[in-house]
Design a binder for this molecule. Structure first.
Ligand code: CP
Ligand code: NVA
Length: 334
């Protein structure tokens, strides 16, 4: 397999199936080391910078802890504390930061921003979520599924329920196609994925023996599924005004006990998190107050059920991000 050293990690369409499997393998190895308490400061002396234009718990903490575990220095910059974008262009910021750092993480809005950062930076750039893609999440999700179903995921079926054209849904379609996992986008017509992506992923899936299905029929979508996956109905960067319409159109796609009863006996539930499964958040309480609904994309019952793997999935973000940083910064086997 070709080395990934020096590559940017912007979206999974840029990587082969073997590259993706390799990143999951490395994540698995790092997880075993972390759990065994074995130090792995393989990137001592290197430094990374994390640029966050949107909020984060998992992604930020994963980059910070993974960086520290690998022996690297880590700098966090939020929009208020740097010149990036407001006083200094992305191109200039990229050229400045790559004089200091060995890798740059970016979370923000349009994919074109992270692409421009990568074009001008001399070091690897890692996409920590854009409006279009969330690729680091995918390595963690597939690691979580390997832990459930074994290393070969081909032939399994993953259903994404809800806003099936957001960054997470788009990325899942790609990773499933690359790994030969059947992918189902299940949501109302206005929340279905873009046609070009469905066509591109269908072609990739066909090469790997799997399929892509887009449907608004919950029974058709979920029957016999191995994995039910959902995400928030309104993503970061979207205006609060869309809540009302989304609640109306996406409520039939809530993941609840009835949906899970359609799936395979050993099926699991995944969610990238954060999740609105009760009213214990500001947004959850606001929605309950305004629209009278107390659980959104997933019910508390499913979220807390034995089928739910969401906290393993969250932990795996750190192992996955460690692997992504490692393979793009070093080609030494360990
Ligand atoms: N899943 C995820 O990316 O979580 P954060 O927004 O907390 O980083
Ligand atoms: N689709 C969500 C994912 C959060 C991890 C968002 O962009 O807000």
């Amino acid at each position: 397999m070709a080395s990934l050293k020096g590559r940017d990690f912007l979206k999974l369409l840029d990587f082969s199936s073997d590259d993706i499997r390799h990143m999951i393998d490395v994540a698995e190895k790092f997880k075993a080391k972390k759990h065994a308490g074995e130090p792995h400061r393989y990137l001592e002396g290197k430094n990374t910078v994390l640029l966050f234009e949107k909020t984060s718990t998992r992604t930020r903490c994963s980059f910070e802890v993974a960086g520290h575990d690998l022996g690297m220095g880590v700098t966090f910059l939020d929009p208020a504390s740097s010149q990036v974008s407001k006083k200094e262009s992305i191109a200039d910021s990229a050229r400045v930061l790559s004089r200091f750092y060995d890798g740059i993480e970016y979370r923000g809005f349009g994919q074109s921003i992270v692409e421009e950062l990568a074009e001008y930076a001399d070091c690897p750039v890692w996409n920590g979520l854009t409006d279009e893609w969330h690729p680091t999440q995918m390595i963690a999700d597939m690691l979580t599924l390997r832990e459930t179903f074994g290393t070969d995921l081909s032939g399994r079926t993953l259903v994404f329920m809800g806003d099936a054209r957001n960054n997470v849904a788009n990325s899942l379609m790609v990773v499933c196609a690359k790994l030969g996992v059947n992918f189902v986008a299940c949501g109302p017509v206005e929340n279905q994925p873009e046609q070009w992506l469905v066509e591109e992923c269908s072609a990739i899936a066909a090469e790997n023996g799997s399929t892509v299905l887009v449907t608004s029929d919950v029974e058709e979508g979920c029957a016999g599924a191995d994995v039910i996956y959902t995400d928030v109905w309104v993503s970061m960067g979207e205006p609060d005004e869309v809540w009302e319409q989304r609640i109306k159109s996406l409520s039939p796609y809530q993941v609840n006990a009835k949906v899970m009863s359609l799936t395979a006996p050993d099926s699991v539930f995944l969610h990238c998190l954060p999740a609105y499964h009760d009213t214990k958040t500001t947004v959850g309480a606001m929605v309950a107050d305004k629209f009278g609904i107390t659980e959104l994309e997933v019910t508390d019952e499913v979220f807390e059920s034995e089928k739910s793997r969401v906290f393993d999935e969250a932990e795996n973000r750190m192992h996955a991000i460690k692997a992504i940083m490692y393979v793009t910064l070093s080609d030494e086997e360990f």
